[in-house]
Design a protein around this ligand. Structure first.
Ligand code: HEM
Length: 452
């Protein structure tokens, strides 16, 4: 069944150390050296397979039975194992079809309008804090988390959790990020340490507790409504209503796991992407100026809303290009469920398979001057037409929230840029960490100055 995958020359142990030590450099080195994929032998276990060819990535992602999820264990198992991000097979497919309508059509409009209102409030908060002064400093990542987690809770769960809970959520996510610092452990479950940091346990309990509280309130709210009332289409309402369907079977804690999953997946990558885009804009004032001109023209003095989104075309390209260079989901992880074929190669059973957006989206074989931040590279190319660009993954497990983030990000970025220069140190993006998402090594201190 197919050829053996090529191996990097160093010894297995050395590779394991290099992989854990500087994941991004290691993956970039594999990308530069191997055209299709490489199998990194790891002593005592199945190899680590790094896929470097985008066509093979899409092939693997279209075959979830052969390239299955990496089972959660250790700390990861504390958060929402049955939710949509970690489930598979029949449970996943039942849940994806129940929740699908919460991410389409009118819900995209509702999401964008919620972002519009929230970001307008954020602009007011920053303006009030600046008052008669020149500027304020804020942790940009914290601000973007508070913004996106409130939008996610309002639109998916029917309730805004408020600024204080959103800030608490940011600190829980920081703790979770520390616990999940990337190494081989993250993709080879048998290596996962049994020790779980008590602080992480508290953060996980906090997230699950918040989920339970939100569910209880939503249940009460739905019970109060008469059958003829306008039925809400948010995700949590759809999940609660599906319980009454005789064809739907939920394992224990299913709704809680979905809510916790969406509280995390629904905001984290979006907050990171908004943060990285603004760091790039701070480095490229000429691009920022162009975004500002577009925002003034399209949004002007009105409240940012869905109807503005399609005209924020340049801002859309800026976000698209930022997702290429700083993909919040820096790799997709799978495990070979048997000996399987990928292209002309054999991937052995149990192999951890890494498909890195980080290095494929920066490969000169697929992008001219790949290190350059150039929104205009997308002028005559759509994102869908470039296989080497897959920030939302592909195949049946591709991101369910893609449309939400694309529309919401345009409004959030345009509105912020319209009112402020958000400036960060030039080195702000030098210290990034490979957790399951691409996270900053510390707070991203930013200086926020009103536009004259
Ligand atoms: C810029 C923002 C975002 C990025 C870069 C992103 C990226 C991704 C990627 C790469 C995957 C595939 C993971 C895999 O195959 O293992 C994914 C899946 C998923 N995303 Fe997103 N995402 C974003 C925003 C969102 C939002 C706003 C939501 C919810 C409102 C969301 C919910 C999910 C869920 C539930 C899945 C699992 C889908 C499934 O397996 O059926 N994401 N996302």
């Amino acid at each position: 069944m197919g050829r053996e995958l090529p191996n990097p020359p160093q010894s297995g142990l050395l590779n394991a150390v290099r992989f854990g030590d500087d994941t991004f450099r290691f993956i970039e080195a594999m990308q530069g050296r191997f055209e299709d994929a490489a199998a990194v032998p790891i002593p005592g276990r199945a190899p680590l397979v790094i896929v470097t060819n985008p066509e093979l990535v899409h092939d693997a992602l279209s075959r979830p039975a052969e390239f299955s999820r990496v089972p959660a264990s250790g700390p990861a198992a504390l958060i929402a194992t049955q939710g949509l991000v970690q489930s598979e097979g029949d449970l996943w497919s039942q849940q994806r079809s129940i929740m699908g309508p919460a991410f389409m059509g009118p819900q995209v409009r509702a999401y964008a309008n919620t972002v519009g209102r929230r970001v307008e409030t954020l602009v007011d908060e920053w303006s009030t804090a600046i008052g008669e002064g020149d500027s304020i400093t804020r942790n940009l990542h914290g601000e973007m988390t508070a913004l996106t987690v409130r939008v996610a809770s309002e639109i998916l769960l029917g309730e805004d959790i408020g600024r204080e809970r959103a800030e608490q959520f940011h600190s829980w996510m920081q703790v979770a990020g520390d616990e999940f610092e990337f190494s081989l452990d993250a993709v080879t479950p048998e290596w996962v340490p049994t020790r779980t940091d008590p602080e992480f346990k508290r953060a996980a309990e906090g997230i699950l507790g918040l989920a339970e509280e939100l569910i209880e309130r939503r249940r009460a709210d739905l019970a109060e409504r008469g059958p003829d009332d306008d039925q809400p289409r948010d995700m949590l309402s759809l999940l609660i209503k599906a319980e009454r369907d005789p064809d739907v079977e939920y394992p224990d804690n299913q709704i809680r796991d979905e809510v916790a999953t969406f509280l995390i997946a629904g905001h984290e990558t979006t907050a990171l992407s908004l943060t990285y885009t603004q760091c790039l804009l701070s480095k490229h004032p000429e691009v920022r100026q162009q975004v500002r001109e577009e925002a003034n023209q399209v949004i002007g003095e009105s409240t940012p809303q869905y109807d503005h989104v399609s005209d924020l075309e340049y801002t859309g390209r800026v976000f698209q290009e930022a997702l290429r260079l700083y993909p919040a989901a820096w790799a997709v992880f799978r495990q070979a469920s048997a000996d399987v074929r990928l292209g002309e190669y054999r991937v052995p059973e149990g192999a951890a398979v890494i498909m890195p957006q980080w290095s494929i989206q920066r490969d000169g074989r697929y992008f001219d001057s790949p290190e350059q931040f150039d929104p205009d590279r997308w002028l005559d190319r759509s994102a869908q037409s470039v296989p080497a660009y897959f920030p939302f993954s592909s195949g049946p497990h591709a991101c369910i929230g893609r449309q939400f983030s694309i529309t919401g990000a345009r409004l959030a970025l345009a509105t912020i840029v319209q009112s402020f220069d958000v400036d960060v140190e030039r080195s702000a993006l030098n210290d990034l960490r490979a957790t399951p998402t691409l996270r900053p090594g510390g707070p991203i201190e930013s200086t926020i100055t009103p536009v004259e």
